[in-house]
Design a binder for this molecule. Structure first.
Ligand code: SF4
Length: 337
């Protein structure tokens, strides 16, 4: 095994069999893509494959995802942690990351997590509106998110918060307010998941009864672009935007905002909005060069040059160039004539 190389996360899914909650969007099997119980052997197999490769040990983690890690059977939770811990002790990974419910965090649980090398905890906040949380049968309130976040930070863990857009009863204004409240809790990372309606969920039933209108991909792109910018301005990393492809999401998918390149589409929209605002305000027409950070040229250009084509409709013939002087999510416009 060699050190160096890139950051990796060994993602292990822990489905919550027998979960007492009935969150409107949840179909654990479909989301996790794993129906069987995770074992010590599964963890060792995944870790052994990883440690043979070249990766950055100081920044890599073993991650237990699934959304309810600390709400599963206590003995089983400790068994999973004990199975992963030897790899942390030996320095193969910086720590363990897990995701859980806000009401499944207390001092005792945090002490157990600390003992086994957990360094980052993500909470499925989903919304900071009690009305939206209740309508989606989350079984916790916004104050549980605030309380758990405080405890996690106090104990020195890295805090991650996850939010959803387009839930039953949610709208853009409520989503922006959720993002503002999340920012106040000062998480190190955020994940944003536009809601997808999966087969065998309450949302699927509400949709068929005509009581729920899912967000379109277009609506979600426009909203999530704004949310991305809000978190960036607050120096909070958005480590995921949109559900992962694979994991059988495509199979159970009925409706909602899902695209394998969702983040890229949001970022691309964000650039278009930024540049088109300036063009409209300053009444810019004709040939222009748009400078963006070199890593962002394809996002400014857009898939199939869609941003360039839309700018042409506004009267601007744009070329895109890279400049290290321009920050991510910003652009500079130079008129050519
Ligand atoms: S999302 Fe809700 S219903 Fe699904 S496993 Fe987690 S707590 Fe249970």
């Amino acid at each position: 095994m060699k050190d160096g190389g890139k950051h990796i996360n060994i993602a292990l899914f822990v489905p919550h069999a027998g979960c007492p909650h009935t969150c409107s969007f949840c179909n654990q099997k479909t989301i996790s893509g794993v129906g069987k119980r995770l074992t010590k052997e599964d963890i060792e197999k995944a870790a052994e494959i990883a440690v043979k490769g070249e990766y950055d040990r100081a920044n890599s983690e073993i991650a237990f995802f699934g959304g309810s890690f600390t709400a599963i059977d206590r003995d089983y939770m400790e068994y999973l942690l004990q199975s992963a811990y030897p790899y942390i002790e030996k320095g193969y990974f910086k720590g363990i990351r897990c995701s859980t419910r806000p009401d499944a965090i207390d001092e005792e649980i945090l002490n157990i997590l600390k003992k086994y090398g957990v360094t980052a905890i993500e909470l499925g906040a989903q919304s900071m509106s009690d009305r939206v949380l209740a309508m989606n049968e989350r079984g916790h309130r916004a104050e549980d998110v605030a309380k758990a976040s405080g405890l996690i930070k106090e104990k020195g863990f890295e805090l991650g918060l996850q939010m959803m857009t387009g839930l039953y009863g949610d709208d853009d204004e409520t989503a922006v307010s959720t993002a503002e409240k999340i920012i106040e809790l000062k998480p190190e990372t955020v994940r944003i998941y536009p809601t997808v309606v999966l087969e065998n969920t309450t949302l699927a039933r509400l949709l068929r009864e005509g009581k729920y209108k899912p967000q379109t991909t277009e609506e979600a792109i426009s909203l999530c672009g704004k949310l991305l910018l809000m978190f960036r301005e607050a120096n909070i990393k958005v480590i995921r935007l949109g559900l992962h492809s694979g994991g059988n999401v495509e199979e159970g998918f009925i409706a909602g905002a899902y695209h394998p390149a969702f983040r890229e589409m949001c970022e691309s929209r964000l650039y278009f909005d930024y540049v088109s605002d300036i063009i409209k305000k300053e009444n810019i027409k004709g040939k222009i060069t748009i400078y963006v950070n070199p890593s962002e040229i394809s996002k400014m250009t857009g898939q199939k040059k869609c941003n360039i084509l839309k700018l042409r409709e506004l009267g601007a013939e744009a070329k895109v160039k890279g400049s290290e002087a321009v920050e991510k999510y910003k652009a500079q416009i130079k008129c050519e004539e």
